[in-house]
Design a protein around this ligand. Sequence first.
Ligand SMILES: *[C@@H]1O[C@H](CO)[C@@H](O)[C@H](O)[C@H]1NC(C)=O
Ligand SMILES: *[C@@H]1O[C@H](CO)[C@@H](O)[C@H](O)[C@H]1NC(C)=O
Ligand SMILES: *[C@@H]1O[C@H](CO)[C@@H](O)[C@H](O)[C@H]1NC(C)=O
Length: 319
Amino acid sequence: MLQGLLTGVLALNFLLYPGSLAVSWEDWWTYDGISGPAFWGLINPEWSLCNKGRRQSPVNLEPNKLLFDPNLRPLHIDKHRVSGTISNTGHSVIFTVDNDTRHHINVTGGPLSYKYQFQEIHIHYGLHDQFGSEHSINGYAFPAEIQIFGFNSQLYTNFSDALHRAQGIVVVALLLQLGDLSNAELRMLTDQLDRIRYGGEESEVKRISVRGLLPETEYYMTYDGSTTMPACHETVTWLILNKPIYITKQQMHALRKLMQGDVKHQKAPLGNNFRPPQPLHHRPVRTNIDFNIKRSELGKQCPSMYKDVYYKANSWKQH
Ligand SMILES: *[C@@H]1O[C@H](CO)[C@@H](O)[C@H](O)[C@H]1NC(C)=O
Ligand SMILES: *[C@@H]1O[C@H](CO)[C@@H](O)[C@H](O)[C@H]1NC(C)=O
Ligand SMILES: *[C@@H]1O[C@H](CO)[C@@H](O)[C@H](O)[C@H]1NC(C)=O
């Protein structure tokens, strides 16, 4: 029944957009309706993890359930500038680093066991200020979220290969809050938006500092999850930084003018391109914020992976 309905919708799409007969599966998913997130896993058998997976992203983060892990190190992202292309893919705004860059930006530290190589940046955002981010905090969504993707360059040769391999991908997520001033690197991206108004358009961005996008904080939350677009591969180590960065009303306005389709078939606005939160299914969300230092101030106990706890739990071994 559902499958029949889906086929019907796909056929209808063919009728509406006859020029698109040669398009790939990539064009058959959206963020709403019958090809929206609840149906991704049914549209294409290769995307079945989108429905069956139990380690999916994004998730709602609950600060009082975070586990402090003293083994987590500071996150390191190389600070040199790189050039690349920003494009409107019809699903998202994506900046991709030039593939001939000789000096790759490495992402290391944090919870990572391997060295990762920066590959691309995705922007998810809402058509209204109340929602837009994929990750939420205590049920609170932000107007936008920027995701910085890297692939495991010690085990794999490129991003597309690493996407479906063990420990293949790291994503550093930044939550965006409305403010009077954005950082200069975010402006470098949003300055190009007028040139990528329609799906398929792209524009060059020269000498951007990925590190310069980040807020000033050493604190983050981390968990194991998936990509938030089909095929929902469960290969991603997520880091969500503990402070937002700021985006202005004007920049949000420029994002909201983007369309999914091309000039002839503009389709819907690109915004609201976020997947709803997925169940954690007992996965831990760890943090390098040591709540225990503040325990007495807060007057309550926060969960921890502190060594003390570990030794106490195993103290029977010493007798
Ligand atoms: C870089 O990308 C271009 C265009 O996608 C492609 O033709 C070229 O083979 C790529 N080069 C490398 C070294 O991967
Ligand atoms: C990143 O890692 C690669 C491969 O190990 C290395 O050649 C390169 O110098 C590193 N980049 C920086 C800026 O350290
Ligand atoms: C990525 O790496 C895989 C495995 O090494 C290779 O088969 C594939 O052609 C590569 N893809 C690109 C786009 O370079």
